[in-house]
Design a protein around this ligand. Structure first.
Ligand code: TYM
Length: 332
């Protein structure tokens, strides 16, 4: 059976981008068709300036939202990264295979390091090594597939490179994984700045639809989305990024393709109204379930405890094998 691994980082409230780009498929497809693990990657949230209490709160919230989005602990393994030591254990070994140059080439590193510096902060070493920890997350579980949005594909490519390099140098140890992307909405853009990604750690609140936004807030954000001064509704990502983003969101939420949908609208106003309603309807069941789960925090805790136990059992043999292969003396 195909093994799938993916994760979400608790650095902000989860967004429509996280949902359409990744989470929705995890619940609708991956957990049914594969042996799937999903992880709240809290160690990754420490790579930028952070408030410890907020990270804890967001980690719990992310786990709750993953369950609310339809992940079923009977079908998949849901856990928190820091509860399984194998991630950090393997990350160090992979740092001994990765190079400084390849870390510095990562687009997200360049963007995030520049942002930290603009804010007057310093860049944490862990931000540079972030992709190695991500590779450890994936390789520890011998994952075949990693369902992600576009922005994570480069990290999965690096993971492949590290796995191949390790296998060649030290003997076959890791499965070489591949990234899978959704057909539509692999890169949901910020509604106020459609040339940049809708990211949960960004500051431009009005351009970001959060999974827990009230319906009226969603409507307001979508209706105020930046488009252009044209009139005709056409799907052209380069020339009309704002419009294309709305068409992709609508297609992801209501079916059809952005190209087909563009032919069905005579005005931007109608397109925005339908997109807003489609988003509200997609979020409604997630929000309802989230409310129920918040009333039973013990349930979420139990899911995470069981998930971590299962995950530990899966990761340990691979990480032990990597330790032996690279030359570390087995503990007796
Ligand atoms: P994160 O937390 O930024 O995002 C979680 C998932 O959501 C996708 N995503 C988007 N998709 C489409 N449009 C958007 N605007 C958008 N924003 C986010 C991301 O591509 C991702 O699939 N480094 C990862 C977390 C991670 C991980 C892993 C993922 C750590 N270890 C191992 C997979 C496997 C991250 O920061 O995702």
């Amino acid at each position: 059976m195909t093994r799938v691994f993916s994760g979400v980082k608790p650095t902000g409230h989860l967004t429509l981008g996280n949902y359409l780009g990744a989470m929705r498929r995890w619940a609708a497809v991956d957990q049914h068709e594969a042996d799937a693990l999903f992880c709240v990657v809290d160690l990754h949230a420490l790579t930028v300036d952070h408030d410890p209490a907020r990270v804890r709160r967001l980690s719990r919230q992310a786990a709750t939202l993953l369950l609310a989005s339809g992940l079923d602990p009977e079908l998949c393994t849901l856990f928190v990264q820091s509860h399984v030591d194998e991630h950090a254990r393997l990350s160090y070994v992979l740092e001994c295979v990765a190079t400084d140059g390849e870390m510095r080439r990562m687009i997200q590193y360049k963007e995030k390091a520049a942002r930290e510096q603009r804010r007057g902060g310093s860049v944490r070493l862990s931000l540079l090594t972030y992709p190695v920890l991500m590779a450890a997350d994936i390789l520890a579980y011998a994952a075949d597939e990693v369902p992600v949005g576009d922005d994570q594909v480069q990290h999965v490519e690096l993971t492949r490179d590290l796995a191949v390099r390790f296998n060649q140098r030290y003997g076959h140890t890791f499965v070489v994984p591949r990234a899978t992307r959704p057909g539509v909405a692999a890169r949901v853009m910020n509604l106020q700045d459609p040339t940049s990604k809708m990211g949960k750690s960004d500051d431009v609140g009005p351009g970001i639809v959060y999974l827990l936004d009230e319906p009226d807030v969603v409507r307001k954000k979508v209706m105020r989305a930046v488009t252009d001064s044209g009139r005709e509704v056409v799907y052209d990502r380069e020339a009309r990024p704002g419009l294309a983003n709305l068409l992709e969101i609508l297609a992801a939420c209501s079916g059809g393709s952005p190209e087909e949908l563009s032919g069905a609208y005579a005005s931007y106003g109608d397109l925005k109204r339908d997109t807003a309603e489609a988003v509200v309807e997609v979020l409604r069941p997630v929000q309802e379930r989230h409310k129920e789960l918040c009333a039973d925090p013990g349930h979420v805790e139990r899911v995470l405890r069981d998930g971590a136990e299962r995950a530990r059992g899966m990761a340990r043999p691979t990480v032990d094998a990597a330790y032996r292969a690279i030359g570390l003396l087995p503990a007796v």
